[in-house]
Design a protein around this ligand. Structure first.
Ligand code: G3P
Ligand code: MG
Length: 242
């Protein structure tokens, strides 16, 4: 297995504000070795750790990420929506994020988001640039995306990097895509995963990771069926079982 049986989703989104440096620290504090985060793109090209294409759900501001520059968002509070304790949390650039993750010694499942406001080339090129500059141990990096185009670009430009395809529902042609893109893992929504798919993926040699599982008995069931790793908002609730 590349990652671990438990991966903190958006940095343990039920225990700290999602996709923040504080959430990464919380993941480390509770002893979870791997974290999943989302990389997104502002209008000025800055890559940031952020899930949505809009500011509204997590900040007091409104607007599309694609309309922001770094100086417009760097002081926004992205912790208060979670709790007063985290009111000092700010959006982090990819550089700050990679730095903090490596200081903590965590493994990273880096999900590359693609929204219609920018192209896969734009975000992949700059993500590669940041990782080339900063990332040290590539055995502790697993890149994933819902975008086949993103994975295709990574395969062309960095063929040795470990990549997995994200799907809600795993398509019938996943083996062909896995071979063409030299994938190491499949990531999917656990609600649509069948036992047959688990068996076939396991026998293919690829890792299988499921999101987002916050229920203990469901996590145990998936592990028992052969799923490699669970991506969860609440690793604390599941960690006593792994
Ligand atoms: O990587 C698993 C999961 O994060 C994918 O969905 O929307 O939470 O980024 P989302
Ligand atoms: Mg994600």
């Amino acid at each position: 297995m590349i990652a671990s049986k438990l991966i903190a989703h958006r940095g343990a989104a039920l225990l700290a504000p999602e996709n923040t440096l504080g959430a990464l620290s919380k993941t480390k504090e509770i002893g979870i070795p791997w974290v999943e985060i989302d990389i997104n793109r502002l209008g000025d090209g800055t890559l940031v750790m952020f899930h949505d294409d809009q500011l509204g759900r997590l900040t007091s501001a409104r607007g599309r990420l694609a309309d922001q520059r770094w100086q417009d968002v760097e002081l926004l509070d992205i912790g208060s929506h979670f709790s007063a304790e985290y009111s000092g949390e700010r959006m982090a650039t990819i550089s700050q994020t990679l730095d903090h993750i490596q200081t903590l010694g965590l493994g990273l499942n880096l999900e590359i988001k693609v929204y219609p406001e920018f192209t896969p080339e734009q975000i992949v090129f700059d993500t590669i640039k940041a990782l080339d500059k900063q990332w040290i141990d590539f055995s502790k990096l697993l890149i994933s995306s819902f975008s086949t185009e993103v994975l295709n670009l990574l395969h062309q430009w960095r063929p040795d990097w470990q990549c997995g395809h994200l799907w809600e529902r795993i398509p019938a042609d996943w083996p062909q895509l896995a071979e063409a893109l030299n994938l190491v893992s499949v990531h999917c929504d656990h609600r649509f995963l069948t036992e047959t798919q688990i068996q076939v993926i396991r026998s293919s040699g690829l890792d299988l990771y499921c999101y987002t599982v916050n229920d203990r008995s469901r996590a145990q069931q998936l592990w028992d069926l052969g799923v490699d790793g669970i991506i969860t908002d609440n690793p604390l609730a599941l960690s006593r079982m792994d």
